[in-house]
Design a protein. Structure first.
Ligand code: PNS
Length: 163
């Protein structure tokens, strides 16, 4: 009898910062993967609010689960996922507006790493509107983000914006 291969999911993103929506997706990924690696992109398109080290530290505080690994990656996601031995790349789909970009990215990643499937997960209903950019904006102007992020993230946002 052969032992079934372990299913390793890579969940990539900017996580600037991690939100309750990301946390929800990590939980969902764990339901079908043996191991989950949260992969934090070093080079994000825009200047991030949090440094790479801060983003990683906040994920570790928000997730606190030994079966979830947090790693940073530079360069192509497809290369990182292949090197890590991933079988799936997990991405969240919140709204139709996410679809085109996500679809392009999934096709490109399949082109670059044919053995790895992208799996789209739908977040909890009350988290569908949530994004890191909205959280940053609300926090920047002193709005309440306590329902949207882990307390450690809320504190880090307050410190960033001197509130
Ligand atoms: O949280 P985000 O900003 O939507 O995450 C986007 C991310 C980091 C997953 C994407 O930009 C990415 O994979 N960047 C790494 C570089 C890469 O592989 N680009 C080609 C993607 S097809």
């Amino acid at each position: 009898m052969t032992t079934p291969a372990l299913r390793l999911a890579v969940y990539p993103g900017s996580f600037d910062p991690i939100t309750r929506g990301h946390e929800d997706l990590i939980r969902r990924a764990k339901s079908f993967a043996d191991r989950v690696i949260v992969a934090v992109a070093v080079n994000v398109a825009k200047q991030p609010l949090f440094t790479l080290e801060e983003r990683v530290a906040l994920i570790l505080q928000a997730v606190e689960d030994p079966s979830v690994e947090v790693r940073s990656f530079d360069g192509l996601l497809a290369d990182f996922a292949r090197m890590a031995g991933a079988t799936v790349i997990v991405r969240g789909l919140r709204a139709v507006s996410d679809f085109e970009y996500e679809f392009q990215m999934a096709l490109m990643n399949r082109n670059l790493a044919p053995g790895i499937e992208t799996v789209f997960l739908v977040p909890a209903f009350d988290l569908t509107y949530l994004s890191s950019s909205l959280v940053r904006e609300v926090a920047r102007f002193g709005g309440d983000v306590s329902q949207l992020v882990h307390p450690a993230v809320q504190k880090a946002l307050r410190q960033k914006f001197g509130k």
